[in-house]
Design a protein around this ligand. Structure first.
Ligand code: OSB
Ligand code: MG
Length: 366
């Protein structure tokens, strides 16, 4: 396989509901779609980076730069037979994982089409549907939060993740737990605390949470190990895990007991699979995180989450939780807290190019 040409579409979609974390508030998402042409086929990928550097250091602006000026030139016109060989062409590019994940996804889509196989089959998926939860942003008042939880539990979602932030933590979790005594519940701090907050974080042990996600710094695994010793609740790492080696070291140190695998944060599906395999062999539970993906990135999430180690419901919800209209057909929907894994070749959805163009703010030939 050889990619001859790539087009990048900077696409903005307004969100159904604004989403706040401990570090940002979003009313729309701006993602870069990668359209790769190879040997008569067209493959699609998505860079689901935030538009600001508040979750990680990458933004849609850095993805645009790294894709256009480095990754695409390194890959274009070079031969590859599998995705490991494709990614080897850009191996010298350090980090920039969201940018890499977008181009890598297009390679998987091309490969699936060439081999007439769905992505989940190429990856070794074993589930026909994935377990689906929802991630809820920080809200101003508990009535709003309760209404959202009622809605999503009513739709059948299997677990609720609450974003917490300093001043919106123990009390928020307490009122939710009181109102929903039996609901699988977890909290995500997006690295808003330090070890100096361990007394406060220990109070979360009272609420039977499945886990606390990334309480401490985005680049830390040492303080997390110290905190995990003090907590009964398992720590799940998100921001701290960029590569398989981060997970190896974190598990060795005891920095957490669960890993959130995000395709984009780890630089693509191949690394996501490697992380999954490593954890699966060691009995470490993983679940699939999200970055408010449009349909292309969401399709990739469905494929990876079909692997056997994804035993916990993740953040991959139906696209109607995020967007009024998505860029793929048929629309991705959850039913009874599960989403069917698509069976068509490659990503398994049709990209609605009319819809893409209508929401594109910039097109770049690379
Ligand atoms: O920390 O998991 C996170 C969204 C944007 C950035 C970071 C995170 C999130 C979510 C929502 O929690 C995930 C989703 O529903 O796609
Ligand atoms: Mg998180």
């Amino acid at each position: 396989m050889k990619i001859e040409r790539v087009e990048l579409f900077v696409v903005r979609l307004p969100m159904v509901r604004s989403f706040a974390t401990s570090s940002s508030r979003k009313t729309q998402q701006e993602h870069i779609l990668v359209k790769a042409y190879a040997e008569g086929l067209v493959g699609w990928g998505e860079c689901a980076s935030p538009s600001d550097p508040y979750y990680c250091e990458e933004t849609s602006g850095t993805c645009r730069h790294i894709l256009r000026d480095f990754l695409v030139p390194l890959l274009k016109d070079k031969p590859w037979d599998d995705v490991a060989a494709a990614t080897a062409h850009w191996a010298k590019v350090k980090r920039n994982n969201f940018a890499k994940a977008g181009l890598e996804m297009a390679c998987w889509d091309l490969l699936g089409q060439a081999r007439k196989q769905p992505l989940h089959a190429l990856l070794g998926g074993t589930r026909g549907e994935i377990l689906s939860g929802v991630s809820l942003g920080v809200e101003d008042d508990s009535a709003t939060l309760f209404a959202l939880i009622d809605q999503y539990l009513g739709e059948g979602y299997r677990r609720i993740k609450l974003k917490i932030a300093p001043g919106k933590d123990v009390d928020v979790v307490r009122v939710v737990r009181e109102r929903y005594p039996d609901t699988p519940l977890m909290a995500d701090a997006n690295s808003a605390y330090t070890l100096a907050d361990s007394v406060l974080l220990k109070r979360l042990d009272d609420f039977d949470l499945m886990m606390i996600e990334q309480p401490l710094a985005h680049d830390d695994i040492v303080d997390h190990a110290e905190l995990q010793v003090q907590l009964r609740t398992p720590i799940c790492l998100d921001e701290s895990i960029y590569a398989l080696d981060d997970a190896r070291k974190a598990l060795m140190l005891g920095s957490g007991r669960i890993i959130n695998i995000k395709v984009s944060r780890v630089g693509g599906l191949l690394n996501a699979k490697r992380l999954h395999d490593y954890c699966y062999e060691r009995g470490v539970p993983v679940w699939c995180g999200g970055m408010h993906e449009f349909g292309i990135g969401r399709a990739a999430n469905l494929a990876i989450a079909s692997l056997p180690g994804f035993t916990m419901p993740g953040d991959v919800s139906g696209s109607d939780k995020y967007y009024h209209e998505d860029i793929v057909t048929p629309p991705i929907r959850a039913a009874n807290g599960a989403i069917a894994v698509p069976q068509g070749p490659g990503l398994g959805y049709n990209v609605d190019e009319e819809m893409v163009r209508r929401n594109t703010v910039e097109t770049i030939a690379a």
